[in-house]
Design a protein around this ligand. Structure first.
Ligand code: ZN
Ligand code: ZN
Length: 358
C-alpha cells in the first residue's frame, strides 16, 4: 500500500510503500477512494496531540470493503463505507447510552499497527485509520456501511468535517427553530456547522472569519450575517444585532483559547457555547468564573458532533441526497496523494475549504 507517512513531528509527509498488517478476526481491509485533508491532520503533524510517529495521517475517508476477518459481521465485501474516527463497539456504557462518540473501545484501535515498513518498523494510523493511503486495515467498529450513489469525495467529508459540524448544530447544541447562532471559524467544519444551523431552522446565523472567501461560502451555506473581525470587535457586532444580548448559540470552530473565550462572551445570558474546534493538548483557557455562574451560560465540549455514527452517517447522506445538505461545494480541490504537503500549505494559507485526495 502507498501511504503518506509522518516520520517526525513538524516534518513533511513522505509517500512510502508499506506492507499491510495481517487481517485480524474483527478487521476489514478497505480500498480508499477519497480522503479529505482536515485541520486536525495538521495539528498531529505539528505534535499538537499525542499521536506518535511513524504514523499514516488522514482520518476522513470513504471506500469499498475488499476483505473481512473471520468474525466480522457488520460489513461485507463490496460494501461502500465511510470510516469513523471513533470506534462504536456497541456494548460499552457509552454506546448503550447514546454516546457512542465517546466509546470506550476507541483507545484500543488508536494504537494498532496499520502499516509495516520494509525494515519491519510498525506504523500507526491516525485515529486507528490512516486514510492518506490507497488501502487501510481497520476495525469493523470504525467501518460504517452506507447505501448511496453519492461520489466518494462527498462520503469522505462525512467521515469528519460534515459529521462534526452538522452534528454540533443538531446534536450537541440542539438548535431550535427561530434562534440566533454565531459561528466562529469557517473552514470545512465551520461551513458544516452553518449548514446544520440552517437545517435546524435558525433565524439568524452570524458567520465570523477574517477570510473573505470563507465568509462568502458561508453565505451560500445559509449564513445571514457576515462578520469580518477587521471591521471591529465581533462580539460587539453580534450583540448590536441581537438587542445587546448576544446569540442564543455560539459555536467555536477554531480550537484556540482566545476564540473559545470570545465565543463565551458572544453568547447571551443562558445561551449555549459549544467548543467544536480541536485545541492542542497543552492549551489552557482562563474564564471569567463569576460570569459562568451569574450569566448561566452552558459551556459544552463536542466530540465528533455528538454523532452516533451508525445512525447519523446515513442520516447525513440522506440529507445530501435530497439536496438539504450541500457537501459538493465544500470540496475546493481534488488532489493526488503526492500533493499532500501542498494541501497542508493551502489549508494554513486559508486558500481552501477542503482539499480531497481522490
Ligand atoms: Zn478532521
Ligand atoms: Zn462502545
Amino acid at each position: 500500500m502507498r501511504a503518506a507517512v509522518l516520520n517526525a513531528y513538524n516534518e513533511p509527509l513522505v509517500i512510502e510503500d508499506l506492507s499491510a498488517p495481517n487481517l485480524g478476526p474483527y478487521d476489514v481491509r478497505v480500498h480508499i477512494e477519497a480522503s479529505g485533508v482536515c485541520h486536525s491532520d495538521l495539528t498531529v503533524q505539528k505534535g499538537g496531540v499525542p499521536m506518535p510517529p511513524p504514523i499514516i495521517l488522514g482520518h476522513e475517508g470513504s471506500g469499498t470493503v475488499l476483505e473481512v476477518g473471520d468474525a466480522v459481521s457488520r460489513v461485507k465485501v463490496g460494501d461502500r463505507i465511510i470510516s469513523a474516527f471513533t470506534a462504536m463497539c456497541g456494548t460499552c456504557w457509552f454506546c448503550l447510552h447514546d454516546k457512542s462518540n465517546l466509546c470506550e473501545g476507541t483507545g484500543a484501535t488508536m494504537f494498532a499497527t496499520r502499516g509495516i515498513k520494509a525494515d519491519g518498523t510498525n506504523v500507526f494510523g491516525m485515529t486507528g485509520l490512516g486514510t492518506f493511503s490507497d488501502e487501510m486495515v481497520i476495525s469493523e467498529t470504525q467501518a460504517v456501511p452506507i447505501v448511496t450513489e453519492l461520489p466518494p469525495e462527498q462520503l469522505a467529508l462525512i467521515g469528519c468535517g460534515v459529521t462534526t459540524g452538522v452534528g454540533a448544530s443538531l446534536n450537541t447544541a440542539g438548535i431550535i427553530p427561530g434562534s440566533s447562532v454565531a459561528v466562529i471559524g469557517l473552514g470545512g467544519v465551520g461551513q458544516a456547522v452553518i449548514q446544520g444551523a440552517r437545517i435546524a431552522g435558525a433565524a439568524r446565523i452570524f458567520a465570523i472569519d477574517p477570510v473573505d472567501m470563507k465568509r462568502k461560502t458561508a453565505e451560500v451555506n445559509g449564513a445571514t450575517d457576515l462578520i469580518d473581525p477587521a471591521n471591529g470587535d465581533p462580539i460587539q457586532q453580534v450583540k448590536d444585532a441581537t438587542g445587546g444580548r448576544g446569540a442564543d448559540y455560539v459555536l467555536e470552530v477554531v480550537g484556540l483559547p482566545e476564540t473559545i473565550l470570545q465565543a463565551f462572551q458572544t453568547a447571551r445570558s443562558g445561551g449555549t457555547v459549544v467548543v467544536v474546534g480541536m485545541p492542542r493538548m497543552d492549551a489552557m483557557i482562563t474564564m471569567p468564573a463569576f460570569n459562568l455562574f451569574s450569566d448561566e451560560k452552558n459551556l459544552k465540549g463536542c466530540m465528533y458532533g455528538s454523532s452516533q455514527n451508525r445512525r447519523d452517517f446515513q442520516r447525513y447522506v440522506d440529507l445530501v441526497e435530497t439536496g438539504r445538505l450541500n457537501v459538493a461545494d465544500m470540496v475546493s480541490r481534488r488532489i493526488k496523494l503526492e500533493e499532500i504537503n501542498d494541501a497542508f500549505r493551502a489549508m494554513e494559507a486559508g486558500e481552501v475549504i477542503r482539499s480531497v485526495i481522490v
